[in-house]
Design a protein around this ligand. Structure first.
Ligand SMILES: NC(=O)c1ccc[n+]([C@@H]2O[C@H](COP(=O)([O-])OP(=O)(O)OC[C@H]3O[C@@H](n4cnc5c(N)ncnc54)[C@H](OP(=O)(O)O)[C@@H]3O)[C@@H](O)[C@H]2O)c1
Length: 252
């Protein structure tokens, strides 16, 4: 069993993209990162890379839509570490591609919600008992500025004309989970915050990684910066129920 003082951090969808960059940033400051992955080969490659850099890392097989795998992940963390200190709900998909809300299939919307919302809730609910074994603990939820109701309804906002209903609604729902859970868990000493990584050059939404970075897109390190910041606040920091990005606070 791990030394009780070690900070054990599970990041879902951490085999690549912002999740992997977050793992690197938190590994660098000494957190023991658990790479949540649904592909064993890619997950192990990510762990190997982190360990070669001198960071503490281990693989946890987890598909956030698979109840059995979530249960197994809880049992494995319990058995190997005994507790969890930080949960980063990073796994996400964007399956709708700017189709009009009048036409977008509800199957696509459901798939966005299955991963981004229901999957995140299932993982969080399953991990709360482990987080309660290493208080004060933290939950960081990956949201998006595209999920801001304020931006989407403001004619002055660059998001006013954006329509990606499944993705936007699923991330607005992530924020609602953050708000409700942060209030509920305040007395338990678990903080819950939403973070917008910003538009980042990953393979997200099916973007080919060979594609050159579009002007305005951030590098993945910049995309992970606010997540790393929220997950590396002092363990007893009380910041909870916020929605932030690198530039500061965001409107819900
Ligand atoms: N990139 C952006 O511009 C941007 C902007 C705002 C918010 N975000 C948010 O940031 C987070 C990370 O995105 P990213 O840009 O790093 O995307 P990415 O490179 O596509 O990484 C997404 C990760 O989520 C995993 N994933 C997808 N479905 C999963 C499932 N059912 N169970 C477990 N893992 C699953 C993927 O695993 P596989 O490798 O197995 O597919 C991958 O590891 C997402 O929540 C996204 O909504 C991204």
């Amino acid at each position: 069993m791990a030394d009780k003082k070690e900070t054990i951090t599970l990041i879902t969808g951490a085999d690549k993209g912002i999740g992997f960059a977050t793992a690197q940033g938190l590994g660098k400051i000494g957190q023991h990162v658990l790479i949540g992955a649904r592909d064993a080969k890619r997950g192990q490659a990510a762990v190997d890379k982190l360990q070669k850099q001198g960071y503490k890392a281990a693989l946890i097989m987890i598909d956030v839509t698979d109840q059995e795998l979530i249960k197994q992940a809880v049992a494995e963390i319990e058995q190997k570490f005994g507790y969890l200190s930080i949960l980063i709900n990073n796994a996400g998909v964007a399956l709708d591609h700017h189709e009009s809300a009048a036409d977008l299939s509800t199957d696509t919307i459901r798939q966005d919600f299955d991963v981004n919302f229901f999957g995140m809730i299932d993982v969080t609910q399953a991990m709360i008992p482990l987080l309660k074994k290493d208080l004060p603990a933290k939950i960081v939820n990956l949201s998006s500025n595209m999920g801001s109701l304020t931006f989407a309804s403001d004619p002055e906002s660059r998001f006013y004309k954006v329509s990606s209903l499944g993705y936007q609604a699923s991330k607005a729902s992530v924020n609602f989970f953050t708000i409700n859970l942060s209030k509920e868990l305040a007395d338990s000493n678990i903080t819950v915050n939403s973070v917008n990584p910003g538009w980042t050059a990953t393979g997200f939404g099916g973007r080919p990684m060979s594609m050159p970075k579009i002007p305005g897109m951030q590098d993945v390190e910049e995309g992970a910066a606010q997540v790393i910041k929220m997950a590396s606040l002092p363990r007893d920091d009380k910041t909870t129920g916020t929605f932030t990005e690198n530039a500061g606070k965001l409107p819900w």
